[in-house]
Write a protein that binds this ligand. Structure first.
Ligand code: SAH
Length: 294
C-alpha cells in the first residue's frame, strides 16, 4: 500500500519555517561556530604550502552563514592570501540569500566567488567535461551528504581534487545522535529515508576505513529542545515533529500507531535526555577531516 505520508520537502515554505525553528531550538549552528573558532584554525594552518593563493570549494553551502564564519578564521591563519571560491549550491533561494549576505560585507575583497547553481554530481560532470586540472586546498561539505545518490563516489571525487596538504571537511549528524536512532528505527516508515540517505558519520567512517583513507574526527555536542513536541496541538511542536520525520503535517497524517511510536522513541534515553522540565534531543554532529590522497 502506498504511504499516505507526504514529504516535507515538497512544501518549501513549510520546510523553511521548520528549518528555521530547528535552528532556533537547537545549538546546531553554535556548535559549528565553536568548532570553527577553536579547532578549525589548527586544521587549516597547514594547507596551501605557502602559496599566495588558495582554492576552496564549498558543496551545499546553503545561505553561506557558516562559510563566512570559516573564512574569517582562514583569513586570520593566511593573511594576505587571496581565495578563489567555488560555491556549489542547487537551491536558487539559498544562493540568493548567500549573495545578499556577501553584498552586505565589506571585508571579503580577498575572495573571488564563483557561483555554481547545481548539485555536486552536476558539478562533477562539468568539471570532468571541461577537463579541469585545478586542485583545491580546502573543500567542505556541511550537512549535505544526505542529498547525494552515492556517498562513496562523491567523497572519492572531491577527495581526488585535493591539493597536496589539502583537507576535505565533512560534517553530518553523528551515528550516536538521536537522529541516528530515529532513522535506524523508522527507516521505510517516515519520508526522510526515501528522499535522502539516512547517512551519519558512522557510515562515512566505515567507507573511509574500508578504503584505507586517513582522517581525523571531532564530535560536536549539540541538543535540540523538542519539549513542545509532547503538547498535543502545539503548533511549534508540530513543526518540529515535521522536521524530525521530514513528513508534511506528520501529526495529522501519520497513523495513530506510528505517531505514538515516534513520540515514544523521541522521549527515550536513546534519543533524548530530560532536564529542568525540558526534553533535549541529542543533535550531536561530527566533523570528519580527510587528508589529500597525495
Ligand atoms: N552547509 C549549510 C547548509 C546545509 S543544508 C549549513 O550547514 O548551514 C543542505 C544544503 O545542501 C542545502 O542548501 C541544499 O540546497 C544543498 N543540497 C541539496 N542537495 C544537494 C546536492 N545534491 N549537491 C549539493 N548541494 C545540495
Amino acid at each position: 500500500m502506498a504511504s499516505p505520508l507526504k514529504s516535507l520537502v515538497y512544501d518549501d515554505n513549510r520546510y523553511q519555517k521548520a528549518f528555521h525553528l530547528f535552528l532556533e531550538r537547537s545549538s546546531e549552528h553554535q556548535c559549528m561556530k565553536d568548532f570553527i573558532h577553536n579547532i578549525l584554525p589548527d586544521i587549516v594552518s597547514s594547507i596551501g604550502n605557502g602559496k599566495p593563493h588558495l582554492n576552496v570549494i564549498g558543496v551545499g553551502s546553503g545561505d553561506g552563514r557558516i562559510d563566512l564564519e570559516m573564512f574569517s578564521k582562514l583569513h586570520l591563519k593566511h593573511p594576505g592570501v587571496t581565495v578563489d571560491y567555488e560555491v556549489v549550491e542547487p537551491s536558487s533561494q539559498q544562493l540568493h540569500s548567500y549573495k545578499v549576505l556577501v553584498s552586505q560585507k565589506s571585508d571579503l575583497d580577498y575572495i573571488t566567488f564563483k557561483w555554481n547553481k547545481m548539485t555536486s554530481s552536476e558539478f562533477e560532470e562539468q568539471w570532468k567535461l571541461k577537463g579541469m586540472t585545478k586542485k583545491a586546498d580546502l573543500i567542505h561539505m556541511i550537512q549535505m551528504l544526505y542529498y547525494v545518490k552515492d556517498v562513496e563516489a562523491t567523497v572519492g571525487f572531491f577527495r581526488s581534487l585535493l591539493e597536496q596538504n589539502g583537507k576535505l571537511l565533512i560534517i553530518l549528524v553523528s551515528g550516536e545522535s538521536g537522529w541516528g536512532k530515529l532513522w535506524q528505527t523508522f527507516r521505510g516508515q517516515i519520508s526522510v529515508c526515501e528522499i535522502s540517505q539516512c547517512v551519519t558519520t558512522a557510515d562515512v567512517k566505515s567507507i573511509l576505513d574500508s578504503g584505507g583513507v586517513q582522517y581525523k574526527s571531532y564530535t560536536l555536542p549539540s541538543e535540540m529542545d523538542i519539549t513542545e513536541c509532547f503538547s498535543e496541538g502545539d503548533q511549534s511542536g508540530e513543526l518540529l515533529l515535521d522536521f524530525l520525520t521530514e513528513v508534511d503535517r506528520f501529526s495529522q497524517t501519520a497513523s495513530p500507531q506510528l505517531k505514538a511510536d515516534v513520540i515514544k522513541l523521541l522521549r527515550d534515553p536513546a534519543c533524548s535526555r530530560e532536564a529542568d522540565g525540558k526534553v533535549l534531543f541529542n543533535n550531536n554532529l561530527e566533523v570528519i577531516v580527510v587528508d589529500s590522497p597525495r
